[in-house]
Write a protein that binds this ligand. Sequence first.
Ligand SMILES: NC(=O)c1ccc[n+]([C@@H]2O[C@H](COP(=O)([O-])OP(=O)(O)OC[C@H]3O[C@@H](n4cnc5c(N)ncnc54)[C@H](O)[C@@H]3O)[C@@H](O)[C@H]2O)c1
Ligand SMILES: [Zn+2]
Length: 378
Amino acid sequence: MTAPLRASDPIVVDVALGDRSYDIVIGRGQLATLGARVAKLRPGAKVAIVSDKNVAARHLDAAVTALKDGAAAVSTIVLPPGESTKSFEHLARLCDELIAQRIERNDVVVALGGGVIGDLAGFAAAIVRRGVDYVQVPTSLLAQVDSSVGGKTAIDSPHGKNLIGAFYQPVLVVADTALLDTLPEREFRAGYAEVAKYGLLGDAAFFAWLEANWQEVFAGGPAREHAIATSCRAKAAIVARDERETGDRMLLNLGHTFGHALEAAAGYSDRLLHGEAIAIGMALAFEFSARRALLPKAEAERAIRHFDAVGLPTRMSQIEGGAPMLDQAMELIAQDKKVSRGKLTFILARGIGNAFVAKDVDAQDVRAFLAEKLKQAN
Ligand SMILES: NC(=O)c1ccc[n+]([C@@H]2O[C@H](COP(=O)([O-])OP(=O)(O)OC[C@H]3O[C@@H](n4cnc5c(N)ncnc54)[C@H](O)[C@@H]3O)[C@@H](O)[C@H]2O)c1
Ligand SMILES: [Zn+2]
């Protein structure tokens, strides 16, 4: 990916949570300001940077240099990359290492990586010494627009993803958009599905802007910053309204009920990345909404056309190794969202930019819809 190398003035988005409020600082080259920002927030703190091997090889030196600018001491912990790092085993190792590095209550953990490192290091920060402050330095597009914001931290259980964790907000998020230049293109594209999600769920004008400007977002100029900042503003507003997901925050799950089932069916492997799964999931959610006459068919087609244009999958037939079987898909959906008396909670749409939480979707309707879609796919 070619991109202008000029550093940019940051865009700052506030996550308004009373005395736990924090800034999301977004801009090309902002990693260099990390030390000064941390020193201002927590003068004299020791800092432990947690990263994964892929990210560390490319960006750890720069992060250490930036942090030495302000901190009393900087140490590093590098973990293996991949979802399997979000395990008890790695959590235990990480916590012990943080304690061995003498990270105390008033010190700071920096999560330098994608959502895996953000979720794991955030959870470790939540429990080591009953809670030390942490800073998110997201390095994947998904992490910059989604996982680094909002304070959900977790590891996986053999029973499912993200089942063990805590709500624990960071004290700062620094999203340096230049770090995305080293992200594999497939990962960038998958993260883009979450960007488009914010348009689809609540901001029709943003979705239209993405339709016109997505190539610039991929290319890395100011459009990328704009897309990330708009996404963060949308997520910050929802989190400020509903930190613990009792209402509105559920909207962020648009496409995720179908998506999670497809991801699980593909074994959380690189056959299907999370963003790819939810692109198909959003296409299905819009088609399902059109089927229920909530929105015109053309509107669903427009949403799907955009994912097709950027090269994201929109049909189950595009899953490498094949789509799941109907019973398996329904079972996975039932696991993801509790079924009560045959009713499912789903995020549906009345149009682009107008998603809502539907609490009484008949599991039989979903089954019939999926049966038809799977027939087309298999
Ligand atoms: N906490 C939340 O609210 C939340 C929200 C969404 C997703 N998540 C979690 O996020 C995780 C997925 O995050 P992800 O997609 O970032 O995955 P990831 O952290 O595994 O990163 C994807 C891959 O890209 C590599 N990578 C990351 N940044 C890079 C860079 N700048 N240059 C080169 N390589 C880089 C990583 O090493 C990894 O191989 C899942 O575990 C999911 O559960 C959490
Ligand atoms: Zn997601």
